[in-house]
Design a protein around this ligand. Sequence first.
Ligand code: GTR
Length: 386
Amino acid sequence: QANRELVTKLSEKQPEFIYEEDKVPEFDLPPVLESSTESPQHWTSVTRPKLLQQFRDHVYGNRPDTKHSVSTRQVKTVSNAFDGKATGHQMEMTVSIGDRQFSFPFVLMTPNQSKQPTPAVVFINNRSQLSLDDVVAESDTFWPARTLIERGYATASFFTSDVDPDDKDRYSDSIRSFFANGEFPSQKSWGSLSAWGWAASRMLEQLAAQPSVDADRIAVVGHSRGGKTALWAAAEDDRFAAVHSNESGCGGAALSRRQFGESVARITRVFPHWFCRAFTAYSDNESELPVDQHQLIAILAPRGVYISSADEDLWADPHGEYLALVHSAPAFELLGQAAITQTSMPPIDQQRVRGKTGYHVRSGPHNLTPFDWDMFLDFTDTLFVR
Ligand code: GTR
């Protein structure tokens, strides 16, 4: 589907990366199910936990099991945000281990006039720190809090770098360093994506604790590095009922073995802090990876998974993102759910939904737009309808 001119331009500018389908190497994908006669019980108790552990050990890292406690403080409340439709809270979360503490801000918005408990969205904001005042002033469409409220969703969000600085040279300021008491991460310990996913789970708990929120209908949404995080957050935490991973590319929804656009070698060189150190071993060696990203989506079954791409965002490999979703289908089907299985991509700007999975490729560049949000909320509305 990709626009020819763009492919030529990118291929000339960055000849070391693959931007053309016929340059994609041949590969075999590791299977989602261990056998064609696998039972749902076997998947849930054996195959899925094994895959999850492989993703921890080889891609995203293992979270610490250090005993800790979490508390929150209300910094400011606005009870009539969005023409009286929402109450907003500027919050601060503090994680304590012994007498050491780590704090970060977050914002929580709940609809004012909901008769029944509402669904909710955790948004992983990788772009900027937004204060409650920013959110109420609607200065940003990246996290369209008003739209979410008007569509009947509560929502909470934090800025990734407030939890784990998005900078390979700032480990000492991260929650990972805090948990490790300053010790350098081992080969298999968590990277920033997992730390951000951990924070997404804390947001889920804050939303679930609101009397107006239905804890069984909480989704997690992220764009790009935030989209990689959203998938991993939901893999680690099955309390998330749905995921939207927008243009997440390499280390997100895109199949690593295709090496299309961003590769494992490039991502681990430029963003080594995102993954566990062991992932670097698969640079230019993708066929040795014990897993690929379709299995990450499979781990999320039978929950709702929505993947989206942008047609000019070849760096994130739209086709590879779509194929990963299609190849995750056996897990959904085993668990009695329908999922997208069609191998050809849907037309640009048209949503495809089948059962528990959904997809669109939007026209235009890498971004999370109101269109992407609308498509995702249309999808979750089908899942969350009561
Ligand atoms: C790019 C990176 C991608 C993607 C993107 C983003 O520089 O190569 O993996 O995460 O940033 O987060 O916008």
